[in-house]
Design a protein. Structure first.
Length: 249
């Protein structure tokens, strides 16, 4: 039933010459909000693929960059309002997010910050149990292409990020910073606490390099495994399984 689902009010504001910011005001569960932002972002991409450059969803907002020589600001605001209202009426029940299961090898050789948790009295086995227990939701994509912020880890696993980030964090590193958890989709600097490694590619840069700009925008879901609203579970795997899946040590 639509009445049982979150129905946020929203406002659309011009914030630059060719950018509109859609901001949602909600009073519901965070997970429902994230999934709805993702659902509406997909609707915007579908309906306006010929006039938009980027759609950037966040926790409670969507930034839309458009081509002003193809559509006027006033016309775009009117049409965008109609699409958002239509997407809300359809609701989330007709656009369920598939549960993505990510294998993780939790071990000291891949989880270089596990000792920080052990010093807090959390054993490796307990860490694995706690981290694999929840079903997470992608709250935002940022920092690096394909880097999904997942909410929220059990309170026992909350851990502040390092004061000084590492120069390089290995691709696939599974990490925690405060209450968030994430997987580094590529080698990059980072200050999160590393607890394991996922051998499954989350952002396939090779695909992006072989597509032109229009194709890459329309096929973003085939390039990035995670998007706003995606449901994620972590599954512990053995060292042998990790290596057989393409993991590197």
């Amino acid at each position: 039933m639509v009445d049982d689902m979150i129905q946020p009010s929203f406002k659309i504001e011009p914030i630059a010459e060719c950018s509109l910011l859609v901001t949602f005001s909600v009073n519901s569960k965070t997970t429902e909000t994230e999934q709805r932002v993702g659902h509406i972002s997909d609707a915007i991409r579908f309906h306006f693929s010929d006039v938009i450059m980027n759609v950037t969803p966040a926790y409670y907002s969507i930034l839309v960059d458009y081509l002003p020589y193809r559509i006027s600001e006033s016309e775009f605001i009117l049409k965008l309002t109609e699409v958002i209202k239509g997407a809300e009426q359809i609701g989330l029940s007709n656009t369920p997010y598939e549960l993505i299961t990510l294998p993780v090898y939790y071990a000291h050789e891949t989880g270089i910050d596990i000792e920080r948790f052990e010093k807090n009295g959390i054993s490796l086995d307990e860490l694995i149990k706690l981290h694999t227990q929840p079903e997470y939701t992608v709250s935002a994509i940022g920092f690096a292409p394909g880097f999904g912020f997942l909410s929220d880890v059990p309170i026992e696993l909350s851990m502040p990020r390092h004061n000084t980030p590492r120069v390089s964090v290995a691709k696939g590193s599974v990490a925690i910073a405060n209450t968030k958890t994430a997987v580094y989709p590529s080698d990059s600097p980072g200050g999160w606490n590393i607890i394991g490694n996922c051998p499954i590619p989350l952002f396939e840069l090779d695909k992006l390099n072989h597509l032109n700009s229009e194709d890459s925008f329309k096929n973003i879901d085939s390039i990035s495994k995670l998007k706003i609203g995606s449901r994620v579970k972590f599954k512990a795997v053995s060292r042998d399984d990790f290596l057989s899946l393409g993991g590197l040590l």
